[in-house]
Design a protein around this ligand. Structure first.
Ligand code: PXG
Length: 291
């Protein structure tokens, strides 16, 4: 495995970051998770744009142009001979500073790119669907560390994930401060009710998910009535279908939430159709990795 750090490649054993890096000391930095399918990087430009927006929001200048960052990412795949079923982790940390918070003391942000073959979620998740729960931990306040910033500080989401694990399930739905549905710890959420496809609006305090937006686009092409909607737990409990979207998860059906069975407890028909068209779409779209 060849890991890119600031312009050079290292092995898994030698790829190291300083203990004085503020990414380590404070979670001060940003990241992206990106997929590789069929010789292409999926939605590379969208991920790079979101990375630069995250960096801008935390007052950090990435020491590379977007074009350079895309080339680094494509070349890291090439160096690793990664052309299918890949997962890329792109990280930009604040860099090496002193023990105080002041980001001005950090010399220069570090760019790390890890390109690995993916350990997919078990196939049964997709066939049978997940059981999930809602949890007490609220999604980050948009007025504090805004959920649109894909920052290295995921502790709030990890607290929610721990609540899910302790409830015996794999994923948690978080509410925002007002009690409206936001999203899961690493995935966005969709429901189907009366043949309408709905997902919470970005202003409910969620990450503007790239998989989420792909599904909204595909739904339009498939002439599905799809829109953003403010939801409460009632809407989840009474949904006909439910699924989660994310770079790692792709589309995962949900068949039970807080012990309420969704629909008839089987993966719904609209969910199945969307999974099919998503899998077809990812094979045929993306930035081509050089041979
Ligand atoms: N919400 C949150 C909070 C996320 O972290 C998504 C939604 C989905 O967004 P995209 O753009 O990927 O469709 C994410 C991103 C993991 C893992 O290991 C998942 C994410 C990030 C880091 C790790 O499952 N998901």
């Amino acid at each position: 495995m060849k890991i890119f750090i600031d312009g050079a490649y290292y092995t898994k054993e030698t790829a190291k970051i300083s203990v004085f890096d503020h990414g380590f000391l404070y979670g001060d930095g940003v990241f992206e998770g990106i997929r590789v399918y069929n010789g292409k990087i999926f939605k590379l430009e969208e991920h790079i744009n979101r990375l630069y927006d995250s960096a801008k929001a935390i007052w950090m200048t990435i020491p590379a142009t977007k074009k350079e960052m895309m080339d680094y990412t494509l070349n890291t795949c090439k160096e690793n001979n990664l052309y299918d079923n890949g997962y890329i982790r792109l990280i930009v940390s604040r860099g090496i500073g002193d023990l105080g918070l002041d980001p001005r003391k950090c010399a220069k942000p570090s760019i790390v790119i890890i390109a690995a073959s993916l350990a997919l979620y078990p196939a049964e998740f997709y066939e049978k669907g997940l059981e999930i729960v809602t949890v007490p931990t609220r999604r980050n306040l948009p007025e504090a560390s805004n959920p649109n910033i894909k920052s290295l500080n995921y502790l709030n989401n990890i607290l929610a994930k721990i609540e899910a694990i302790n409830a015996g399930v794999e994923e948690a739905v978080m509410m925002n401060q007002e009690g409206y549905i936001s999203e899961c710890t690493g995935d966005n959420l969709f429901i189907v009710k009366n043949n309408k496809l709905m997902t919470p609006p970005v202003y409910m305090g969620i990450l503007n998910g790239i998989t989420r937006n792909t599904i909204l686009d595909l739904a339009k092409q498939m002439q599905i009535d799809a829109f953003e909607a403010v939801m409460t737990r009632y809407d989840l409990y009474t949904a006909d279908e439910m699924f989660l979207t994310g770079t790692g998860a792709e589309l995962i059906p949900v068949i039970q939430i807080d012990k309420r069975t969704i629909g008839d407890g089987k993966v719904g028909s609209m969910t199945q159709e969307l999974i099919k068209s998503f899998r077809n779409y990812v094979k045929n779209n993306g930035a081509v990795i050089p041979l």
